[in-house]
Design a protein around this ligand. Sequence first.
Ligand SMILES: Nc1ncnc2c1ncn2[C@@H]1O[C@H](COP(=O)(O)OP(=O)(O)O)[C@@H](O)[C@H]1O
Ligand SMILES: [Mg+2]
Length: 347
Amino acid sequence: MDDFLKHRLIGSSARFKQTCSEIQKIASVDATVMIAGETGTGKEVAARAIHYQSRRCDKPFIPVNCGALPEALIESELFGHERGAFTDAKAAAVGLVCEADGGTLFLDEVDALSLRAQSALLRFLQDKSYRRLGSGVERHADVRIVVASNANLEQLAQTRQFRSDLLYRLNVLLLRMPPLRERDGDSIELARTFLDRLSHQYRMPPKVLHPDTRAFIAEYHWPGNIRELENVVHREFLMTDGEEIRFGTAASNVERTEGKHGLFKTAKAHAIAEFERRYLSHILEKAGGNLTLAARLSGQERSAFGKLVRKHSLQNTNAIPLLSEARADASQSMNAEIASPVCAAKK
Ligand SMILES: Nc1ncnc2c1ncn2[C@@H]1O[C@H](COP(=O)(O)OP(=O)(O)O)[C@@H](O)[C@H]1O
Ligand SMILES: [Mg+2]
């Protein structure tokens, strides 16, 4: 699939058109941006759109998920370190700020930054200068900072978990991504686009949505927003035999549990659960029980991975999660359990 098409912002609702024009405006000026919005609303997609429509488009766009990095490493990942700056620093590293020079650094889940890293970021935002860990040399980088969070940063600032002076600096341009349920008609347009993409991707004949399913998609409240819709459509596309896709309705739920596919689907669900369990045990063992490292090794977001681990009761219950990890988990309502809401919810 063509990269441009893949990253195109889909949606024609008045609400989303307004968002798109804000994105364009934000792209044309060179200030720090904060993107707020529930999980799956397209915050990262918006950050990319801002970068690629800005004068920085030929320079790097570097996304960093602050929630997936161990607290102790965040600062050195961002600003680099000298050789020997800490025990594992066998070689010097330039840091992501330096790599993004001329371009855009996207800090996702910015609320997960430690207070120490927050100060370093604030310093950088004030005069674009920074120091590598273990170095006294002041360096400069021309980097536009775009951050995103689905946490309530004002609230975190009130409880002093997030620096309020940093919040003001980040808040210069605020973009709010609307939840899917507030974008009239967009859910159907997105679902159709995903179906088209899937039939190309899998080289399978196109499939259409049953009228009841269209009604369901339009009315459902989509707590996981576009990511949830995309996952559900993906699964149903692959699981549906005929050319008409039907889910989310009472009738399709009955079919699922009692119909001709009941046994196969039950067996499949069991097989998937069993696979998840074995995969998680293996990767956790490999990571010495360190959740953050295990999430990294498996290429999953830290918070989603943590939920999956808890779903299978594999987490060491004696372990006390880092504050930032706990927060990231609480603020992330999406996870691998996406697989069920549509069938379970509604009507
Ligand atoms: N307007 C859009 N059109 C098409 N796909 C979108 C749009 N917004 C988001 N997506 C898709 O939805 C998923 C979630 O988007 P993402 O930017 O990662 O959300 P967030 O960062 O807010 O959790 C991604 O797969 C992304 O490609
Ligand atoms: Mg994201």
